[in-house]
Design a protein around this ligand. Structure first.
Ligand code: GUN
Length: 286
């Protein structure tokens, strides 16, 4: 048996056309207003710069208003907080994203807390995290949302299934566990202190891996016909590699999201969707 590969580009295409058609209606309803996204980038990390350029490009394609505040790596925390305050007060900006990671002199939590939660299109602000935990309307973080859309795309019903999440980050592991619970799955979260990772993974009908350790998950750790979602991305030389050893896992799994090409290409589309949501809320539209 060889698993089917699920490519995010294909899943994103459908969502992008939904955004385009909704935008046309919204422009009329709002008298020509367009969604605005403000991005703060601190420093020169090549991966972060590439993500920000990608976000800007995609925003342009949709006709979003886009602002990037790019400041040097040694910028003081108070100056970053000032930039956020400006974006909070700017009526043409509906969504704000501060590209992570931030340099050591800047407290990530303080920065996230400073973003107006109504503009927090990353879904990282404590208000949005709390809303997600309690099942209220919130911005859903982009990568976990992309994973859920991939499962929707393959018509996977999570009800009663066992989902094993490997990794407990605030960006992926924790929110995805909550989203899976919302869909009535049984969820196990593993991390670096889990004694027998292989045994737990073998219980999973769905295994989501977000660690950043190439080759961590091998075929002998996967149940027959499981769905394997690889969120890990590590640069090895010129190549981007995931956490899943595809050669062995594809022999047992039913579906795999490859790296590159799986979840990654969807995350920017999810950000555009959240920015559209922020824009609609600002205009009192559902
Ligand atoms: N860096 C890596 N992933 C993300 C993300 O989803 N949001 C932000 N703001 N920074 C990131």
């Amino acid at each position: 048996m060889s698993a089917k590969f699920v490519y995010g580009k294909e899943v994103a295409t459908t969502i992008r056309s939904q955004i385009v058609s909704e935008l046309a209606t919204l422009k009329e309803l709002t008298g020509g207003d367009v969604p605005g996204l403000g991005v703060v980038l601190v420093g020169e990390d090549p991966a972060s710069r590439a993500y920000v350029v990608g976000k800007q490009k995609r925003g342009k394609v949709f006709g979003y208003h886009s602002v990037v505040r790019h400041v040097p790596a040694d910028t003081k925390q108070k100056d970053v907080l000032h930039l956020i305050e400006e974006l909070n007060e700017d009526d043409s900006i509906h969504g704000i994203l501060v590209q992570l990671p931030l340099p050591d002199q800047i407290d990530e939590k303080a920065v996230i807390d400073a973003i107006n939660h109504k503009k927090d299109v990353d879904g990282f602000h404590p208000r949005n995290v709390g809303n997600l935990v309690s099942g209220k309307d919130s911005f859903i973080p982009c990568t976990p949302n992309a994973c859920m859309k991939i499962l929707e795309h393959i018509h996977y019903d999570l009800k009663g299934k066992h989902v094993v999440v490997v990794g407990r980050s605030n960006i992926v592991g924790k929110p995805i566990s909550l989203l899976m619970l919302r869909q009535h799955a049984t969820v196990t979260v593993c991390h670096s202190n889990t004694p027998d990772l292989a045994a737990v993974c073998r219980e999973g009908d769905v295994v989501v891996v977000a660690v950043g350790e190439p080759g961590l998950i091998t075929g002998d750790m996967i149940k027959k016909n499981a769905v394997v979602i690889d969120v890990g991305v590590t640069r090895v030389g010129e190549k981007l590699v995931g956490d899943v050893d595809v050669e062995s896992v594809k022999e047992v799994a039913s579906y795999i999201t490859p790296v590159p090409g799986g979840v990654g290409p969807m995350t920017i589309t999810m950000l555009m969707l959240n920015t559209l949501q922020a824009f609609k809320r600002k205009h009192g539209l559902k």
